[in-house]
Design a protein around this ligand. Structure first.
Ligand code: HEM
Length: 84
């Protein structure tokens, strides 16, 4: 049975997200529409850099610059959400 807990995510502040920028901590995280994805395993986000974009932030407004859609997030697990 689907528990309500399955739809809950750990919450992180923007400051905590900022530390996962590929430089300060081993984890590399990016946020899109408030949800945080772990892209540590992606060679395309090596060192936290993806073309001209940096991990450790909410990149929602930057997706318009990308040659791809948000479908790319389907390959990654949501590991948390930004604390409001
Ligand atoms: C100049 C801007 C950008 C360029 C040229 C670019 C280019 C690419 C390319 C070529 C790929 C691999 C092919 C594909 O999956 O379609 C990719 C994957 C990806 N992009 Fe971007 N991108 C840009 C911006 C962004 C932004 C702003 C985000 C986040 C909002 C983003 C998130 C991702 C993710 C999560 C993947 C999947 C990585 C993987 O599968 O390992 N990209 N991007």
């Amino acid at each position: 049975m689907l528990s309500i807990l399955d739809s809950m995510h750990d919450q992180y502040t923007l400051q905590q997200l900022a530390l996962r920028n590929g430089q300060d901590r081993p984890e590399i995280w990016i946020a899109y529409q408030g949800l945080i994805y772990d892209v540590s395993g992606s060679r395309l986000w090596f060192n936290g850099k993806h073309y001209e974009h940096w991990a450790g932030q909410d990149l929602t407004d930057e997706l318009k610059d990308a040659p791809h859609t948000e479908a790319v997030f389907g390959r990654f697990k949501v590991i948390g959400e930004i604390k409001k």
